[in-house]
Design a protein around this ligand. Sequence first.
Ligand code: AMP
Ligand code: MG
Length: 341
Amino acid sequence: MKLKATVKSIKFAGSIIKKGGLVAFPTETVYGLGADALNKEAVAKIFEAKGRPRFDPLIVHIADLFWLKKLTREVDERTMSLIKKFWPGPLTLVLLKSSIVPDIVTAGLDTVAIRMPSHPIARKLIKLSQTPIAAPSANIFGRLSPTTATHVEKQLGEKIDLILDDGKCPIGIESTVLSLVGKKPFLLRPGGLPLEEIEKVIGKVAIQSKTNPPDRSGRERAGKTRPTERCQSFGRVQSPGQLLNHYSPKTPLKIIKSLKEIPSGKNIGILFFKKSSFSIKNQTIKILSEKGNLREAASNLFSALHQLDESGVKIIYAESISESGLGRAIMDRLRRASKKE
Ligand code: AMP
Ligand code: MG
């Protein structure tokens, strides 16, 4: 069932969460698929509905700092400085978990990922539910994230109790995930809060690379990584955002450096970052931001990919952009969308 988000429908949604049901709800990043984070049977339903492997931990959403203290073992000054500056907002922090967090939420890790969303509907829902809400993106595992209620309905409509509809998500790309459990802060997933903003507050952040993947609980590894340990295989991946074929359209996608790489022919989709004079007949074109604004481009990315995916094109060519600010998260999602396994 899909309902417009109103005081009445949010109350109803809160009662579903309290009873152990599943509610998809808007956040400023993407739509989440929520359940009571402290009820392990309810959380199990998220994994079933999404077809998500159990080793893939979930983000816990809270609306006040009372729950941050309850869910974690320690909150140091570095953590508080980030929270003061960026919460509520698109920043997820990975911290040492307390014993009240069920293992199913964290996939057995000793850490828990926590975020305080700024979206008014998400905040009201969490408050009315009187419990933290575990919520991954409301899509089938590995597929494109939903930025509208219709995206959720198409993928999960039959499998969940309620979808709260509040139109398009304003940021449109998932949260930035930062681990604070190791010596150095570690960026686990670029997202809606640019890395540069975080570094202004806490200094240098370690970034994962093929030779520098974090361990399973988000800490930087000691010593060199052997090639077999690199972030490729499911079992060794520490967080789902790192799975290479995450965020995938069904249609093959190729990232291009120059528009000259686009062949002529039918059934080709093109994803432009900004307006371009380039055009070939019979091609389906989506422009992320006419003026090349990164915020606008991020907010349109998943919608444009959903549309190209449904347009019947055989291949999507996506223009690559510079990896600074939100460009890092956009390129990260495009790279994953381009990997087929
Ligand atoms: P999503 O399914 O889109 O909500 O993605 C969840 C993200 O949360 C993943 O990309 C992980 O990086 C992150 N995550 C959740 N829990 C943990 C944890 N305990 N340790 C590290 N990363 C986590
Ligand atoms: Mg997801």
